[in-house]
Design a protein around this ligand. Structure first.
Ligand code: CTP
Length: 405
């Protein structure tokens, strides 16, 4: 999985209770195709056994600087790593690292390292707030090390909650991915991705919606952030968590989605409309719940519908000059002709066409088979692949378009 495949990651574990979460970090990185070299401090081994990390990474675990045959481990490990991560990084480790000490294998590796460093501090909130810890962190940041600030939330049992909690493994893996990603054309650009289904009220408890789960849009937002973009996700109802690092705006209706888009479009470099906004809404939603009783004097009353606004078409004049706009088309028949019409009518640079009826494509699943049509008339058929891979492929096309401008 991009950008982890074949990359060597040095994962340092220091002695904090959050080290149990680092097992998942090591596992996720290994599953994504990375080779993870785990270096544990002596204190870390009091919390989690080295054998656990060996089982999830399938690799030897490094703990000792002085064992026979270990003399050059710190040099070799540091030289081979594409990134040096310490999670959790305790207050003690931060202090030793800030002062350039090399009194165990992990700190010796850090001194020998020339790759990017990501520190993930985790500790009690009082230790986090301590002036010495703050000073050490300032020093480490000045050295060019990236620090992922702790979350607020429950700490060790009985110790309340406060800033100090280690971020969840998925967030740490996402941050590692952003560091590993080569500088791309999207770095620093403002990208807006829409995802999921809108809901149009029939009455206060019922609505009209569709089967969109938001997976494709979320995959695009995540991949764009990983490539260095500043990403806003405008999400209707989505069945997957909003990705780490991305600014999320949650909306309910087409009208709310349109208002959000209209507001941010003038400063947006790339808009990707992966959402499935409803095309129709009840023309006058009931203010109270429609009771069964009220429908009993004859056949149930039909719900009168009105058309919603087409977001892409109606916000066209708000687009930033030179920006790229991409739409999706979901069709049950005549895929290419219908998609080409939408490309033209909505003034798009690309449209990603997918079938709602073919096996392995469309709503809900983890895979998609798409055809990308461009304003220049090119048609590119893409083989079935994971939605995360489709997302990267679409972003490659966006980068090519930007390079051509
Ligand atoms: N779209 C939009 N506003 C709407 C409906 C759709 O901006 N009210 C966007 C979608 O996000 C997608 C593109 O338009 O990027 C095409 O959506 P699709 O549902 O395939 O097409 P429609 O224009 O709604 O036409 P139809 O439903 O008749 O196929």
């Amino acid at each position: 999985m991009r950008p982890f495949e074949g990359r060597r990651i040095l994962l340092g574990i220091t002695g904090g209770i959050a080290s149990y979460k680092s097992v998942t970090v090591a596992r996720l990185l290994t599953q994504a195709g990375a080779e993870v070299d785990v270096v544990m401090t002596r204190a870390a081994q009091e919390f989690v056994g080295a054998i656990t990390f060996e089982a999830v990474t399938g690799r030897r675990i490094y703990t000792d600087i002085f064992g026979a045959g270990n003399a050059l481990d710190h040099i070799k490990l540091a030289r081979e790593a594409s990134i040096f991560v310490v999670a959790p990084a305790t207050a003690d480790f931060l202090a030793r690292a800030a002062h350039g000490m090399a009194d165990d294998l992990l700190t010796a590796c850090l001194l020998a390292n020339t790759s990017p460093v990501l520190l993930v501090p985790a500790m009690n909130d009082r230790m986090w707030a301590n002036a010495q810890t703050k000073q050490n962190l300032r020093q480490l940041r000045n050295l060019g090390y990236k620090v992922l600030d702790p979350d607020e939330g429950p700490l060790a049992v009985g110790e309340g909650s406060g800033p100090g909690r280690m971020p969840e493994p998925e967030a740490i893996v996402a941050e590692i991915g952003r560091v590993l990603e080569p500088r791309t054309r999207l770095a620093g650009l403002k990208i807006v991705v829409t995802a999921g289904a809108t809901r149009e009220a029939i009455d206060p408890v019922r609505f009209i919606s569709n089967h969109s789960t938001g997976k494709m849009g979320v995959a695009l937002a995540q991949a764009a952030w990983r490539r260095g973009a500043e990403v806003t996700l405008v999400a209707g109802h989505i069945d997957v968590p909003s990705p780490h690092g991305v600014d999320a705006i949650h909306v309910e209706t087409v009208s709310e989605m349109k208002d959000s888009i209209e507001e941010i479009l003038p400063s947006t470099d790339v808009l990707i409309m992966a959402a499935a906004p409803a095309d129709f809404r009840p023309s006058s939603p009931a203010t109270r719940k429609i009771k069964k009783e009220s429908q009993k004097s004859g056949p149930p009353k039909p719900i009168e519908l009105a058309e919603t606004e087409d977001i892409l078409a109606t916000t066209r004049s708000a687009r930033k000059k030179g920006s790229i706009v991409i739409g999706f088309a979901l069709e049950t028949e005549d895929l290419l002709n219908n998609s080409a019409k939408k490309l033209e009518q909505k003034g798009l640079d690309l449209i990603v066409a997918n079938s709602a009826v073919d096996e392995g494509t469309g709503f809900g699943g983890d895979t998609n088979r798409v055809t990308i049509l461009s304003a220049g008339g090119a048609i590119e058929e893409i083989a079935m692949m994971k939605k995360t891979e489709v997302a990267d492929l679409i972003l490659d096309r966006v980068e090519a378009l930007l390079n051509g401008r």
